[in-house]
Design a protein around this ligand. Structure first.
Ligand code: ATR
Length: 277
């Protein structure tokens, strides 16, 4: 999706994937800086590790405790830090890394676009308290969800997230466990569903899908996880995580280029790449 967008924007840049051992992340970031890469995206587990390795953290990264986008910036002759997109070919050797997080906004954008879900005043059941679950929980709480039910295989992690919400977003009631009445959204942020024969990511004796108006699965491959299939049969509105992947990428592209992302070009390229359609 990035290369399709770069072509559309007429930029002679390339987006490439590198497999970096977490033990060498610091060297990889330093190497990219020295080679004057425009920026980087980071994925699990680098998003958390990189927090200690960045010169300047944008509020988006500081707030959610994870960096998924780095923009390199060079000191211009006037003394200001400028993006490479703004500097063109005259990039000095004095370069800093600037860290951002585009995952949290992407969740909200995708929920809005794909499920017509607006968080204010809603009740949400969130499954998973790993990296993705934690960011989703904090962001939903910050966006005005009034009751957030947190369920995770390792309960202590759900309790830790509930504790952070109580401290930072007191308008949201964070409860560890299943809701007793109907909810507006069930969001799966566990990895259960990546394999077709995975069980559902929640306890069916404790919760029934017909109690949820909408179901979102952060997983996008397979396109319909067992959870989304069961939710469709139960009559829920459903969406998978492709929209989240799209929007985190589009926002990262805007951070690097300073231009609006060609969203439809990116969406088409992403669908073709992930689903072949
Ligand atoms: P990510 O960054 O994608 O969220 P992660 O931090 O490894 O990845 O989190 C994976 C999530 O899926 C966690 O909530 C994990 O539960 P634990 O915290 O108990 O590990 C959940 N998960 C993974 N495999 C699971 C399984 N077999 N059953 C239930 N939950 C599972």
């Amino acid at each position: 999706m990035h290369n399709a967008a770069l072509a559309q924007l007429g930029l002679n840049w390339r987006y490439l994937a590198f497999d970096v051992d977490p033990a060498h992340l610091r060297e990889a970031i330093a190497g990219a800086r020295r080679m004057k890469f425009v920026g980087l995206n980071l994925t699990v587990p680098h998003k958390l590790l990189a927090m200690e390795m960045i010169d300047l953290l944008d509020e988006s990264a500081a707030k959610w405790g994870a960096v998924n986008t780095i923009r390199f910036e060079a000191r211009a002759e006037t003394g200001e830090w400028r993006t490479f997109a703004a500097l063109g070919d005259s990039i000095s050797e004095e370069i800093r890394s600037h860290g951002f997080n585009t995952d949290a906004d992407a969740i909200i954008r995708s929920l809005h676009e794909d499920l017509a879900f607006h968080p204010v005043g809603t009740k949400v059941l969130l499954l998973g308290a790993g990296g993705a679950g934690r960011v989703a929980a904090l962001k939903l709480a910050s966006e005005g969800v009034s009751e957030l039910y947190l369920v995770n295989r390792t309960q202590s992690k759900a309790e830790a997230v509930a504790g952070q919400i109580a401290k930072r977003f007191s308008n949201c009631r964070a409860v560890v466990g299943y809701p007793k009445s109907s909810i507006d959204l069930l969001l799966n942020a566990t990895s259960l569903g990546l394999k077709v024969d995975d069980s559902l990511p929640f306890d069916q004796d404790q919760f029934a899908l017909r109690s949820a108006s909408a179901v979102y699965d952060v997983i996008y491959r397979p396109a319909e996880t067992p959870l989304l299939g069961a939710a469709r049969v139960a009559g829920c509105r459903t969406a998978n995580g492709l929209g989240m992947l799209l929007h985190q990428g589009a926002q990262a592209l805007e951070i690097w280029t300073g231009k609006p992302a060609p969203l439809e070009v990116m969406r088409r390229a992403l669908r073709k790449n992930v689903y072949g359609t």
